[in-house]
Design a protein around this ligand. Structure first.
Ligand code: GLU
Length: 479
């Protein structure tokens, strides 16, 4: 295969979206698999809607995910500029060439006229497209008209009666009739290119070999192919990825939860887990394997195994996968990642790092998202307020609760010097003497944690220390 060059071309008009990140990932995996180059280019032709803060978020989000571009605005290669706003001259040259060769023309229709035409087409149930009367106007005449009618746009003179087809690497043969495209717009002025024109000029200048992008762009492909032909550029290969859908099979949106990478980061998903999860949004290896390392994904990825139908975003699966990655993480690392959440919750004062590590280690087997850590371990950092009724096991009386807690205090005091395994053994013996284990152990655990669900009482006593444990039991009795 010739040199593979792929690209992700986001518009900096919003925070890095999960769909864009998935497209970036597939481009990245494909390029890496074949020893190619993955390019990041910023499509900021829409100056009003583009913002630097979004550009920065896109750079940071991709880096956080480990989808590192070989060439980008920050890391320029030989095929720059890597921002559309810096390539205006190239676009103007292409627009002029098309105008001179009469493959494009000036359109002087007003917005109202175009709106009216659209309404009429809709009413007549005809396809919405604009075949422009100005396409046959003499160029010299049109140029003169631009002086008196400055609100023109430039359109492509779409050939009549052509079939435009390409072999999509995911979908196979895809064909469009040129008569259904209309004379589409390519620029607002000679120095203000629009999307289709700019993309084609960029892809040529950047020697992009494979255009891998979302299915929502499939209708742009025949337009871009016509422009490529008209400009004498080389045609890339195309692959259109399935849309990402929510569980209800509608297009993924805010309604389904977080959609931007920054939100996933804040909720406490790990970049490795998200990387793995996104790779499965439309691709599968053909085996039951779900957890893949970065290298495995690079070596196993192929466009042939990308599905045509929508990819369902299952957040329960993401949570499970994130938990799997959390469990594989060294405890020091996990503690470091949990720290910002604990600090934000004002939990961290004078506790030693060892103490915090023990607390985190206790939840490591169950944790799904880093942000959950605060509500899971709050009782290690502060006295938790809880409903006193929670202390009651089944229908035992207040006296029985008190008796259980007193018994626990006594056993702890008597066995202060023993290690936690022995203490556990002594408590369990006592529990079986009492017949109903819950009667003894439930009030104990609730008095320590204030929670319905938590790890077992002995692991907690071990971390809290006997003194603090006894104090909590006394407080429960007094309550
Ligand atoms: N800028 C386009 C977008 O953000 C991508 C264009 C393309 O991939 O051709 O959807």
């Amino acid at each position: 295969m010739s040199t593979i060059r792929t690209r992700i071309a986001p518009s900096p008009t919003g925070f890095l979206h999960i769909g864009t990140a998935r497209t970036a990932l597939f481009n990245y995996l494909f390029a890496k698999k074949y020893g190619g180059t993955f390019v990041l280019r910023i499509e900021d032709t829409d100056i009003e809607r583009s913002e630097k803060k979004f550009e920065k978020d896109i750079f940071e989000g991709l880096k956080w995910l480990g989808i590192n571009a070989d060439e980008s605005p920050e890391n320029k290669g030989l095929y720059g500029p890597y921002r559309q706003s810096e390539r205006t001259q190239d676009y103007s040259r292409a627009i002029r060439k098309l105008l001179v060769e009469e493959k494009a023309f000036y359109c002087f229709h007003t917005e109202q006229e175009l709106e009216q035409e659209k309404d009429e087409l809709m009413a007549a149930k005809k396809p919405i497209l604009h075949v422009c009367e100005y396409r046959t106007l003499d160029r010299k005449e049109a140029e003169m008209l631009t002086q008196t009618k400055p609100n023109f746009i430039i359109r492509f003179k779409t050939p009549i009666g052509r079939m435009i087809s390409f072999n999509d690497l995911i979908r196979g043969e895809v064909a469009f009739e040129s008569d259904l495209l209309g004379d589409f717009s390519i620029a607002k002025r000679v120095d203000a290119a629009l999307y289709n024109l700019a993309v084609v000029v960029d892809d040529e200048a950047m020697k992009i070999s494979h255009v891998i992008r979302g299915e929502d762009h499939i209708a742009n492909t025949p337009k871009q192919m016509l422009l490529i032909e008209a400009l004498g550029f080389s045609l890339p290969m195309y692959a259109h990825l399935p849309l990402i859908l929510g569980k209800d099979r509608s297009k993924l949106s805010k309604r389904h939860g977080a959609t931007s990478i920054i939100e996933y980061r804040e909720i406490g998903y790990l970049p490795e887990a998200l990387f793995n999860f996104m790779a499965l949004l439309g691709w599968n290896s053909g085996t039951a394997q779900e957890i893949f390392s970065r290298d495995e994904l690079i070596s196993q990825f192929s466009l042939e195994k990308v599905q045509k139908s929508g990819a369902i975003f299952d957040v329960t699966k993401l949570d499970w996968m994130n938990g799997e990655y959390i469990r594989k993480m060294p405890i020091e690392e996990l503690t470091r990642l949990c720290m910002p959440y604990l600090t934000k919750a004002h939990f961290i004062h004078t506790q030693s790092n060892d103490y915090v590590e023990h607390v985190i280690a206790l939840e490591q087997p169950r944790l799904k998202k880093l942000s959950e850590i605060t509500e899971k371990v709050d009782y290690f950092f502060k006295e938790s307020a809880y409903d006193k009724e929670l202390l009651r096991w089944k229908a035992i009386t207040d006296d029985e609760i008190r008796e259980s807690l007193n018994m626990a205090i006594n056993l702890l005091q008597e066995n202060q010097e023993k290690n936690i395994t022995e203490i556990e053994r002594i408590f369990l013996e006592q529990a079986s003497v009492m017949g109903d284990r819950g009667k003894f152990l439930w009030p104990l655990r609730v008095a320590l944690t204030g929670k319905k669900n938590s790890p077992g009482p002995f692991e907690i006593i071990h971390i809290l220390g006997i003194k603090e444990a006894i104090e909590r039991l006394i407080r429960a009795i007094n309550a």
